[in-house]
Design a protein around this ligand. Structure first.
Ligand SMILES: [Zn+2]
Length: 219
């Protein structure tokens, strides 16, 4: 059965990395709206040109436009075995539209990587970047950049008050989406407060479990 996965999780949960990793392990595409927007703009498709015009005016790309671009992406043949969506849907309106786009396909499997706020604050405020070359430090304990020897600093975005506000906004915006999906038999939540390898293993098991349950329902 095709694995049609939506990966969700707060900033700092490692969602993008886990989405990449799972997609690569199954040979299915990871689809992030940021990437496909950039692709559409570069390819100069009609939707891409419209998106570029909107972004050049400094406005947010509308639900309709995003949904159109996602639809074009899902229509490509490499999604036959499944896909991992990262960063889409962001709103209940987008989620409803997505249900329409995948009608007739294997059911959507929604995985939420759950991490407590205090742990996210700890992770995000520990991040340091090089003041000279902008590289992220591998370890917060390092004093200088491993690449150029520049001094490591905290980004303004990673200050505790800013991080707490980002998490508050994320929770506010995402709660309706989680509620939209939570009642489905293919919704899973995994514990993201573990080392990345353990999270990856739990994610894979949760997705397999959801897929086999869904397969039984279809039969
Ligand atoms: Zn550096």
């Amino acid at each position: 059965m095709a694995l049609n996965v939506i990966m969700m999780g707060p900033p700092g949960a490692g969602k993008g990395t886990q989405a990449d990793r799972f997609a690569r392990s199954r040979g299915i595409p990871k689809i992030s709206t940021g990437d496909i927007l950039r692709e559409a703009v570069q390819a100069g498709t009609e939707l891409g040109l419209r998106a570029r015009a909107v972004m050049e005016r400094g406005e947010l790309v509308s639900d309709d436009l995003i949904i159109g671009i996602v639809q074009n992406r899902l229509d490509r043949p490499d999604t036959a075995g499944g896909f991992v969506l990262d960063g889409f849907p962001r709103t209940v309106a987008q989620a409803r539209a997505l249900d329409g786009l995948v009608a007739g396909r294997a059911p959507l499997i929604v995985v939420d990587i759950a991490v407590a706020d205090d742990e996210l604050v700890h992770r995000l405020t520990a991040r340091r970047v090089c003041s000279a070359c902008g590289t992220n430090a591998d370890r917060a304990a390092d004093a200088v950049c491993g690449r150029c020897g520049g001094s490591l600093v905290q980004r303004a975005d990673d200050r505790e008050d800013v991080v707490r506000e980002r998490l508050r906004v994320y929770a506010r915006d995402t709660r309706p989406l989680i509620e939209f999906y939570r009642g489905r038999p293919t919704f899973r939540s995994v514990n993201g407060a573990q080392p990345p390898d353990a999270v990856a293993a739990d994610l894979a098991a949760a997705i397999e479990d959801a897929a086999s349950g869904a397969g039984e329902q279809v039969r």
